[in-house]
Design a protein around this ligand. Structure first.
Ligand SMILES: [Zn+2]
Ligand SMILES: [Zn+2]
Length: 367
């Protein structure tokens, strides 16, 4: 095995660099070393670069999503061995602390969201995963691995923190504010429960037309229409569930103004500022407000729905890049509106193989 690898390294606010760094080594018997095949960029990574997550130290390799192959399993790892194909969960968990025993892996006392945050992450050729037994998921033979990158974070986040926390029920009218990857994941998984009406709200008409294809019954461009007025006029007294999937005071404000008495507001967005909670109106409305970090305990269920074809997260993927071009991938993902980008896949495999695959695709595209 080689000694160095390419990795996307955070250099402080506003700075990222593709660098050659040492290949990580297993330090604990519960660790596993994973050779990444595919990784991606999350909105949270953009937040880190903007300085929203000051706990990330310069020098950290970013990324908390990806699929790969076990290169080496620590001596006490029981569920995985060298050569196994795995999904890396964005949440690391020991499976044995008080929070883990409640299924709340997000708050694991020796884990939680640490990848690409407090320890080196997945935007690299290799990553060391602590507590491998509980923090990796096996990929069934023949599965489309690219689609499964969406199971590291966005699908379980949209489902657990949006749909489940929001208690979406059959026949509900729901509104999802924000049509990015997380909002779209909530849109796809909300349909497990057959809501009667799904409003998707965004500033970008392209994203809204994609949302319609993915199952939204109604779309509203909040830049050109008064969302609150329109929804209140169309629904009599508001929506049963409002899912906030942006992370801004303005999008939270939409949610608190469109939720009906007895309804739920589920906050999924990464909020960097305080919001103006209209408690003087809401105190008498019997609403439930939830927040959360994904625990990924629904990942095995979601995996079954992806392999059966019921859930098609692959349609969230709009762009592909080689590891060597990851800075370009950040440019495209960072200008998602202009580039019509949703999720970008970074191929971490050897550049030789990739260039071949790329040129074949180019020929196909020309035909
Ligand atoms: Zn993420
Ligand atoms: Zn734990």
């Amino acid at each position: 095995m080689k000694a160095t690898m390419n990795a996307l390294v955070y250099g402080g606010v506003g700075k990222i660099e593709l660098k050659e760094v040492p290949v990580p080594k297993i330090t604990k018997p519960t660790d596993a070393l994973i050779r990444l095949t595919k990784t991606t960029i999350c909105g949270t990574d953009l937040g880190i670069i903007k300085g929203k997550v000051p706990t990330v130290q310069p020098g950290t390799i970013l990324g908390h999503e990806g699929v790969g192959i076990v290169e080496e399993a620590g001596s006490s790892v029981r569920n995985f061995k060298k050569g196994d194909h795995v999904i890396i969960s964005c949440i690391t968990s020991d499976g044995s602390c008080e929070y883990c025993k409640k299924g709340m892996y997000a708050h694991c006392e020796d884990g939680g969201w640490i990848l690409g945050h407090l320890i080196n992450g997945t935007q690299a050729e290799y990553v060391c995963i602590p507590h491998a037994d509980n923090s990796l998921h096996p990929i069934p033979a023949g599965a489309d691995e690219e689609a499964l990158v969406m199971l590291s974070d966005i699908l379980p986040t949209g489902y657990e923190i949006g749909v489940l926390n929001g208690r979406v029920k059959p026949g509900d009218t729901i509104a999802i504010v924000g049509s990015g990857p997380i909002g779209m994941s909530a849109l796809l998984t909300a349909q497990f429960f057959s809501p009667a009406k799904i409003y998707m709200i965004d500033l970008d008409d392209n994203r809204l037309s994609v949302a319609k294809k993915f199952g939204a019954t109604d779309v509203i461009n909040s830049g050109t229409e008064d969302v609150i007025k329109k929804i209140m006029a169309e629904t009599k007294d508001g929506v049963d569930v409002a899912i906030e999937a942006v992370g801004l005071p303005a999008t939270f404000d939409i949610c608190q103004n469109i939720v009906r008495p007895g309804g739920n507001v589920a906050v999924v967005g990464v909020h960097g500022h305080s919001v103006d909670l209209q408690l003087q109106k809401l105190w008498i409305q019997n609403i439930t407000l939830t927040t959360g970090l994904v625990s990924t305990n629904t990942t095995p269920m979601l995996l079954k729905n992806v392999t059966s074809g019921k859930l098609e997260p692959k349609k969230l993927i709009t762009h592909h890049f080689a590891m060597d071009d990851i800075l370009e991938a950040y440019e495209v993902f960072g200008n998602a509106g202009k580039e019509k980008a949703m999720k970008v896949i970074i191929e971490a495999e050897s550049p030789g193989k990739l260039k071949m695959a790329k040129s074949e695709n180019a020929v196909l595209a020309e035909v």
